[in-house]
Design a protein around this ligand. Structure first.
Ligand SMILES: Cc1cc2nc3c(=O)[nH]c(=O)nc-3n(C[C@H](O)[C@H](O)[C@H](O)COP(=O)(O)OP(=O)(O)OC[C@H]3O[C@@H](n4cnc5c(N)ncnc54)[C@H](O)[C@@H]3O)c2cc1C
Length: 283
């Protein structure tokens, strides 16, 4: 297992904000992962997939971070349309694999820069109104929790919009079994291209980001906040192109991002509404 010392965590996130880790462990198989997971007390243990939904405090040094990008990159075909997928697998690799096999159903995730484990924790999906999310196709999930490997049925995982029981730090997702319907290669290719084209036209790629900041917010209040507190010339600003996104020019800090987030939450409170955070904070 690779262990890296005094690592800057910025490079482990898509938003490029974060402090240092005294040690970053990169386990290369499940045994190594479980050993290191068990050896670190929960309060000192931080887990990162592709870091595309995490805001890390840059004023802090973390003791131990476990990167899950290497420990299981395998996809195993179990039956017609049924696969076991390791938690380190990138979503694009997973989607291409099932599509090439003549199956599909999650092509709307082709634009999501996460690993399978993170996508399950967050129940990644399309916008709220579409009601489409990765858990639609899950049969069961292999987890390590309370000292044992368990297989949880989908119904045990309390999947909701951008949420699951795995947000609780005690769970480690090892992989999951999925079932998909048949889809022609032509159809899946079309859906993936449509998704990428849509993202090009509606998503702001002018800087670093972590996708949607809030899983629930009022767009009128968000507009108001953008006027009151548009952000920092050198650093983090609200996106002018994509509602509910903040953009880091590269010089942004945790405190800047938190200032925008807290303003949104305060304005919602004042106006009797609630803004629920989607991203995970490492305070
Ligand atoms: C440009 C862009 C577009 C995006 N578009 C979408 C979108 O369309 N839909 C959507 O839902 N999201 C979207 N996101 C958000 C994000 O990409 C997804 O939530 C993604 O699934 C997170 O995966 P990750 O590997 O990056 O997880 P991370 O950000 O690394 O981790 C997220 C959380 O899961 C925990 N975790 C990660 N892996 C495991 C594991 N194996 N076991 C236990 N805990 C684990 C981490 O500790 C953390 O708490 C977007 C982000 C970006 C930057």
């Amino acid at each position: 297992m690779e262990v890296l010392y005094n690592e800057c965590l910025k490079k482990y996130t898509t938003v490029k904000i974060g402090g240092y880790a005294k040690k970053v462990y990169i386990p290369e198989n499940t045994d190594e992962l479980i050993n290191i997971f068990d050896s670190i007390p929960e309060s000192e243990r931080y887990i990162i997939g592709k870091g595309s939904n995490i805001l890390i405090n840059d004023d802090r040094t973390y003791e131990n971070v476990i990167s899950l990008r290497e420990f299981d990159n395998s996809i195993t075909k179990l039956d017609e349309g049924k696969y076991y997928v390791g938690a380190s697998v990138k979503l694009q690799k997973f989607i291409n694999y099932i599509n090439n096999d003549g199956f599909g159903g999650i092509e709307y995730l082709y634009s999501v820069p996460g690993l399978l484990g993170g996508a399950i924790v967050m129940n990644a999906g399309r916008g709220k109104r579409s009601e489409l999310c990765i858990s639609d196709h899950i049969v069961d999930i292999h987890v390590y929790a309370q000292g044992t490997i368990k297989i949880l049925k989908k119904e045990q995982c309390e999947f909701q919009y951008r949420s699951s029981i795995f947000k609780n730090k005690g769970y480690l997702i090892l992989g999951a079994t999925f079932k998909f319907n048949k889809m022609s290669i032509g159809d899946s290719k079309k859906l993936k291209n449509e998704r990428l084209e849509l993202c090009k036209s509606v998503q702001d790629n002018s800087g670093y980001n972590f996708g949607s900041v809030f899983m629930e917010s009022d767009w009128r209040i968000m507009q108001l906040v953008k006027i009151i507190h548009p952000g920092y010339k050198k650093g983090v600003t609200f996106s002018k192109k994509t509602g509910n996104w903040i953009i880091n020019s590269g010089e942004g800090t945790f405190n800047q991002a938190m200032s925008l987030i807290k303003t949104v939450q305060k304005m919602h409170r004042i106006l009797g509404k609630e803004a629920i955070l989607e991203i995970i904070l490492w305070k």
